[in-house]
Design a protein around this ligand. Structure first.
Ligand code: RP5
Length: 349
């Protein structure tokens, strides 16, 4: 059974915005091959790395390894405060009342804010252990009324993975966990196991074509939508009309749709995203979709030279140490490869 197959559902309920969790029926029947939660835990490093920061972010305060965890006292910690203007104005972002008003309606429903990270926060003892010991496979509330399940500073959530050198929300809309979905789409093509990757515009690293779970969407819908939007649709062949390309994309989408109901869960939980701050962080649900029946043979993502934004990349190349990938994406690809090779050893050489 798939563990952790869940949908994050946002919607208007009564007077307030609520977030609920429910099983995605068509994922429940699937074999996960024991995959979720077997990554090794490590404290965030990308989010503390000023050299790899998001182009819109100012430099953060330096945080050394010994001071990452909240359990390590640091009286002189002076994080840089940064929330991008776009976040303070956006309708998709939290209003400030979430942290200024302990009785803000956003906190009233105990399912409003959920997370999948370590209860009580990451500690040094957990480093190197299996992520299943830390990340829960179901979403739990960050706070139920006055009881917090994560570190917090007054009414403000604190990053369960510890200090990042920055307070505020940066470019993230939600205080606390911001939920994403990452589709790892592979094919075995000309004797090579390949994965669909995009080049991100915010820093140029290669990445899984994932995206935020938006209001009203489920994880499963987001996985398919993001693959189509980020990897497929941007590939219109030169000279093809918009209408012809739209028809082609619709035809491909219909062909691959069944595949997106047969995902293998790779990981759910915290990701080491460069946008993370002390008060807002990314979590993801990563699923693997392998085109076993040649579903992607004809899906020509423009070949992966440096100038393009998307391509089929050999998995072995993507997991090489020298291949720069975004956030925790190399870990996710490595875990997918490990699991896939258990059942498809002839594709892994
Ligand atoms: C990463 O950010 C997730 O793993 C996901 O790939 C991505 C979602 O953010 P956007 O691509 O929507 O910016 O942490």
């Amino acid at each position: 059974m798939v563990h952790g197959s869940h949908a994050v559902v946002f919607g208007l309920f009564g007077s307030g915005l609520v977030l609920g969790v429910r099983k995605v029926a068509n994922f429940d029947e699937l074999e996960a091959d024991g995959g979720v939660g077997s990554l090794k835990l490590k404290p965030h490093t990308v989010a503390r790395n000023n050299a790899a920061r998001n182009p819109k972010y100012p430099p953060r305060a330096e945080v050394d390894d010994a001071h990452v965890f909240w359990s390590a006292p640091w009286r002189d910690y002076k994080p840089v405060d940064f929330t991008d203007d776009i976040v303070t104005k956006a309708v998709w972002a939290d209003p400030m009342t979430v942290i200024t008003d302990p009785n803000a309606e956003q906190w009233e429903d105990e399912l409003h804010r959920t997370y999948t990270s370590c209860p009580g926060g990451m500690t040094a003892e957990l480093v190197g252990r299996s992520s299943s010991e830390c990340f829960s496979t179901t979403l739990v509330p960050e706070r139920s009324h006055t009881t917090w399940n994560i570190p917090h500073n007054g009414n403000t959530p604190l990053n369960p993975m510890g200090r990042t050198g920055m307070t505020g929300r940066g470019l993230l809309g939600k205080f606390g966990a911001n939920h994403a979905a990452d589709p790892l789409v592979t094919r075995f093509h000309d004797g090579v196991l390949e994965i669909a990757l995009i080049r991100r515009s915010d820093g140029g690293r290669m990445a899984i074509p994932g995206g935020m779970v938006e209001a009203g969407d489920t994880v499963s819908a987001t996985l398919s939508k993001e693959f189509q939007e980020e990897a497929l649709r941007g590939n219109k062949p030169e000279g093809m009309s918009d209408a012809a390309w739209e028809a082609r994309c619709t035809e491909i989408a219909a062909r691959i749709e069944p595949l997106f109901n047969r995902g293998v869960a790779i990981y759910t939980g915290y990701v080491d995203d460069p946008r993370n701050t002390d008060n807002a962080w990314m979590e993801t649900a990563a699923y693997h979709f392998h085109g076993e029946e040649g579903e992607f043979d004809e899906v020509q993502l423009t070949a992966g030279d440096d100038a393009v934004g998307v391509g089929w990349v050999a998995v072995r190349e993507a997991i090489a140490p020298s291949y720069p990938m975004y956030a925790s994406h190399k870990d996710l690809v490595q875990e997918m490869y490990r699991l896939h090779c258990q059942s498809h050893s002839s594709q892994c050489h």
